[in-house]
Design a protein around this ligand. Structure first.
Ligand code: GLY
Length: 579
């Protein structure tokens, strides 16, 4: 079974059980400045888990593109990845533990409709209970129908409580683990089970979260109005299991990339090859979702994965076009499921960053020649310690590893604190100011199209309480006259007081009326469109969007462009405020 067979089987399995299959949302969350990327299938669904009715119903399933950069230092082991696909099914106040567990077990083990995994290799953990919620005896009773009771283990909240961040829906979960040892581990006591997990003999393959609680500022504050199910299963891990492999890099999406490296590397190491394979795939999916290399936010992460990948090509000493060949493999492999990876221009963005980095490396080498230390070479020029060591040994010198490690540790602690603040997950900011800026964002796009031409479309966006930011395709700097005219137009629309209305309609109808879509994004069958229209009902803006928005444009205040700049070839960025 290939990974695409598995993805399709999963979606078919849940479609047959009444679930609407949703396309993957973009990796870059819409209207949620609190997280840089979708890190779980549930993230685009947070408002619905909190109670808003979903246009496609209360049973949903998807394969969602996810990026988790918190694990970046673990990449290179047998199972960690920066990009992965998460298979998930959801009940929004509909079915609960009984069906969720039954279907997880059936999908994993059924030979006809599922993956045909061996039930004798399955182990299960459930929540042991604490001051927030009781021990999950209900889940145990249900599991006992499918696995022997001595293979069900109670674990604390640290293991068996799941939430996307400090705010939002959460709950106890039950996790399924698969034994990947050649001979099988058989029955285990609690202690043996924990030790086997620590030793990597078990791999988590699915998590069913019983999401009926809410967190605020990191504390569970009580129950939600409804009982939800949120499940997540990593496609790459499942594929590795089904294909009988012991690490994800042997599964079908990675094996050809690993072979390309093996064939051309002068200096092959398994770990470096894995990191290169992982990072190039992540870079491809990020660029396909409209991210361009930059010095902060999503663009910074992209820059970092591209540069780490390029460094690995140097450390592995592969032939010049190996990176491009690997990217081409991924494009071919994924274009049926994710057509956005085959968009024009992706390679150009990659190559431009590669060249830019090459210049940095050249100046780094000059710095090295001048005697600059390994830590500065790392933080300023992105030189991994291995590269500095290689340069040093070519000159018969060595690097003081201990000094480097001490400096690195201090550096990591401070950047981790920054990253933790960035990655704080949770609900979209629905504060008054942010909501107003969302509406101004739609007006701005409409004004840009009016002034610069209809071919202008959004390539990215980010909204905070202070300002809005839009990236759009346009191949030159805007003139002062154009900026003034865009501002004037937005302010005129604000003052003539337009109404903002949300309507749900079939995707085809929305496309038929020319509603603005984000480049590269895929949409479900029923979509939500925000119209900004005058009293006569003539729309000046129609955009696919989940909100939130103000109801009327009056009261938005005065719109002002603060900055207009290039972010990549053919992509401009505007930052603007309301005052
Ligand atoms: N949302 C469930 C998980 O990511 O495991």
């Amino acid at each position: 079974m290939t990974s695409s067979d598995i993805r399709q089987k999963f979606l078919d399995f849940f479609a047959k059980r009444g679930h609407a299959v949703l396309p993957s949302a973009s990796l870059v969350p819409k209207n949620d400045p609190s997280v840089l990327f979708n890190t779980a299938g549930m993230q685009p669904l947070v408002p619905y888990l909190m109670g808003r009715p979903h246009p496609s119903g209360n049973r949903l399933a998807s394969a969602q593109k996810c990026v988790r950069t918190g694990d970046i230092d673990d990449v290179g082991d047998s199972r960690h990845l920066t990009f992965f696909e998460m298979l998930g099914n959801w009940s929004l106040g509909d079915y609960f533990k009984e069906d969720a567990i039954k279907w997880s077990f059936e999908f994993l083990t059924s030979k006809e409709e599922g993956l045909g995994l061996d039930p004798a290799r399955l182990y299960v953990t459930v929540f042991e209970g604490d001051e927030n919620a009781p021990r999950d005896l209900e889940a145990v009773e249900i599991w006992k129908q499918y696995v022997p009771e001595n293979r069900i283990y109670f674990l604390p909240a640290e293991n068996n409580w799941w939430s996307p961040g400090d705010n939002g829906p959460c709950g106890p979960d039950t996790e399924m683990f698969y034994d990947v040892t050649p001979d099988g581990l058989g029955d285990m006591t609690h202690e043996q089970y924990v030790a086997a997990d620590d030793a990597g003999q078990l791999v988590e393959i699915w998590n069913d979260v019983f999401m009926e609680y809410e967190k605020q500022d990191g504390k569970v504050i009580g129950k939600l109005g409804m009982r939800n199910v949120d499940t997540g299963s990593g496609l790459e891990r499942i594929t590795m299991m089904v294909q009988g492999k012991s690490n994800v890099f042997e599964a079908d999406m990675f094996a050809p990339a690993m072979n390309l490296i093996k064939e051309s590397a002068q200096n092959y190491t398994e770990r470096d090859a894995r990191i290169l394979s992982d990072h190039l795939r992540t870079a491809l999916f990020l660029i396909a979702d409209g991210v361009t290399p930059a010095n902060k936010d999503q663009g910074y992460i992209l820059r970092r994965v591209i540069r780490r990948a390029v460094m690995k090509t140097k450390i592995l000493n592969v032939e010049a076009n190996t990176g491009i060949n690997i990217l081409n493999h991924y494009i071919n492999f994924y274009s049926a499921a994710y057509p956005e990876v085959a968009k024009k221009g992706i390679m150009d963005i990659f190559k431009a960053e590669d060249e830019k980095f090459d210049k940095t490396i050249q100046s780094g080498i000059k710095e090295f020649e001048k005697g600059t230390d390994a830590f500065t070479l790392f933080t300023t020029y992105g030189f991994p310690i291995e590269v500095t060591e290689e340069l040093a040994s070519a000159k018969g010198m060595t690097v003081d590893r201990e000094a480097f490690n001490t400096q690195m540790k201090a550096h990591q602690d401070s950047s981790r604190a920054g990253a933790a603040a960035k990655f704080k997950g949770g609900l979209a900011d629905t504060g008054e100011k942010t909501t107003q800026l969302h509406t101004a964002h739609h007006l701005l796009l409409a004004a840009l199209q009016k002034v610069l031409g209809k071919d202008v479309h959004q390539r990215g966006s980010n909204i905070t309480e202070e300002r809005l930011r839009i990236d759009f395709n346009f191949d030159r700097k805007m003139t002062d006259e154009e900026k003034v005219e865009v501002e004037r137009q937005v302010n005129e629309w604000i003052q003539t007081n337009h109404n903002v209305c949300r309507r749900e309609m079939p995707l085809q109808e929305a496309q038929g009326i020319g509603a603005e879509m984000e480049f590269g994004a895929k949409y479900p069958d029923v979509v939500s469109i925000y119209f900004i229209e005058d009293e006569a009902g003539t729309a000046i803006s129609k955009e696919f969007c989940g909100g939130p928005h103000v109801e009327k444009t009056e009261g938005l205040g005065t719109f002002k462009i603060q900055k207009e700049e290039a972010v990549a070839a053919g992509v401009r960025r505007i930052k603007a405020t309301l005052s």
